[in-house]
Design a protein around this ligand. Structure first.
Ligand code: ADP
Length: 433
């Protein structure tokens, strides 16, 4: 028999094409498949083996052919649903799979025909975009493809910390607890969680990311044929809509999947009508998608930052480093305090350049508790076009001794002395301990 931790064992029998929807409580939940086969967001669960799911995680265990699931622990909610959009989702996967195969088989010298599908998932907040993205990536990886995951969601992205846009090849179905591996990720730091803070910067970074991927594809027919799956933000009105169009265009998207919004679907269908090589597809939102309020979002943003420095279950300890003000340079992009008009030469325009890179005085206490990116730039003017190697968290600024103390996920010197600040901060003492 199983060794039960809490004595709350429960078995659930799932019929074919149904799912068990779970919201984990404040205590972790253990779960396993005792019979049949089941998957979490496209990633199959190994038979018999207990897995532990962290507090507050919301997920579904889906079965194509029937399964028996065993849970150990008390959930916030758990219920079975037999109405899901999974068949329509897997049909999309089948079409993408056929396109990947034809791209791989193509011997044409025309680059278009060796390019696999470039899929973008769009829709309002809490429509299941990230979840569908994960499924499409995991199903593709299960069949041996290595699609590239692009996450443009600076608020609730799943590759690294908030405030970033990033891409990474997916070589294995995604682990439902561990998420996306970071070791091969290409990360750009935007530094804010609202795209409206600096729309021009957001667009510039999206463009940089797309260009780098394009170059990588040129030398890599395998990942070229596997294509892209792009997750986006839930901001679909006004400037948010404009940013969606910008992403669709910048990545040369060939498939637009619209989740749960008729209006967005018809708008996109309309504007993309002239592009015969773009398919716009409407998909139903799953009834299982859980709406998350702003508090929950805030909490999950701060746990993403905590996870970056401390690991998923606080198994890592970050390194505290101290550097002298002279050894580091901190920059901010755009914004910043503006010179009053009276201080400017007559006739000049006080409007700040959103892409201007300006040094931040380190003795500025504003840096305390902020999350800074470590840029790969070799010169300050390369900061916008450079990706970042990782992040540090400023724990102390000692103006007297001109020293700055920060946490970093690895020991030793930083790979570069150029740090980028945004508006992202984190109160470690409150949230991580
Ligand atoms: P979006 O990316 O559109 O904001 P998500 O894909 O992140 O939405 O889904 C919102 C939340 O709902 C997430 O916590 C996700 O794990 C959960 N969720 C999605 N689909 C299901 C489902 N079928 N059953 C249970 N929870 C789900």
């Amino acid at each position: 028999g199983a060794v039960s931790g809490s004595g709350n064992l429960k078995q659930v029998k799932l019929e074919r094409e149904s799912e068990l929807r779970i919201e984990v409580s404040d205590e972790p939940l253990r779960l396993r498949v005792v019979n049949g086969t089941a998957e979490i967001f496209g990633s199959e669960l190994p038979p018999e083996i207990w897995r532990t799911f962290p507090p507050r995680l919301k997920f579904a265990v889906f079965t194509w052919y029937g399964a028996t699931i065993e849970m150990d622990g008390v959930t916030e909610t758990d219920y079975t649903a037999d109405e899901t959009p999974m068949v329509s989702y897997v049909n999309v996967h089948a079409i993408l799979d056929a396109r990947r195969r034809s791209a791989k088989a193509s011997t044409s010298t025309d680059s278009g025909s060796t390019q696999g599908p470039r899929v973008i998932v769009v829709g309002p907040t809490d429509s299941g975009k990230s979840t569908l993205t994960k499924m499409l990536l995991s199903w593709a990886a299960k069949q041996g493809w290595k699609p590239t995951f692009v996450d443009l969601d600076i608020g609730q992205g799943s590759i690294t910390i908030p405030g970033t846009i990033a891409a990474t090849p997916i070589e294995m179905p995604l682990d439902p607890v561990e998420g996306v591996p970071l070791d091969m990720a290409l990360v750009y730091y935007y530094g804010h969680i609202q795209p409206s803070k600096n729309v021009e910067l957001y667009k510039a970074l999206v463009k940089e990311l797309a260009q780098v991927l394009e170059r990588q594809f040129t030398g890599n027919p395998e990942s070229r044929a596997a294509g892209l799956v792009i997750n986006t933000m839930g901001w679909i009105e006004g400037v948010g809509y404009e940013l969606l169009l910008h992403a669709i265009d910048t990545f040369n998207t060939s498939v637009v999947l619209v989740l749960g919004q008729e209006k967005l679907f018809s708008m996109l269908k309309d504007v993309l009508r002239s592009k015969s090589n773009v398919d716009v597809v409407k998909l139903h939102k799953s009834g299982g998608v859980v709406a998350r309020d702003s508090n929950y979002r805030k909490g999950s943003r701060s746990s993403r930052i905590q996870e970056y420095f401390y690991g998923l279950s606080k198994e890592l300890s970050p390194y505290a480093n101290t550097a002298s003000f002279n050894d580091l340079q901190v920059f901010r992009i755009g914004g910043g305090p503006q010179a009053p008009r009276s201080a400017l030469p007559i006739g000049s325009d006080p409007v700040s350049n959103p892409l201007r890179v300006t040094p931040v005085k380190i003795d500025d206490q504003i840096l305390l508790h902020s999350v800074l990116a470590v840029s790969y730039a070799e010169e300050p003017d390369q900061i916008i076009s450079s990706n970042v190697s990782g992040f540090v968290y400023v724990t102390e600024v000692d103006v007297q001794r001109k020293k700055i103390t920060f946490l970093a996920p690895s020991p030793g010197a930083l790979p570069s002395k150029f740090l980028v600040a945004g508006s992202l901060s984190w109160l470690e003492s409150v949230e991580a301990r």
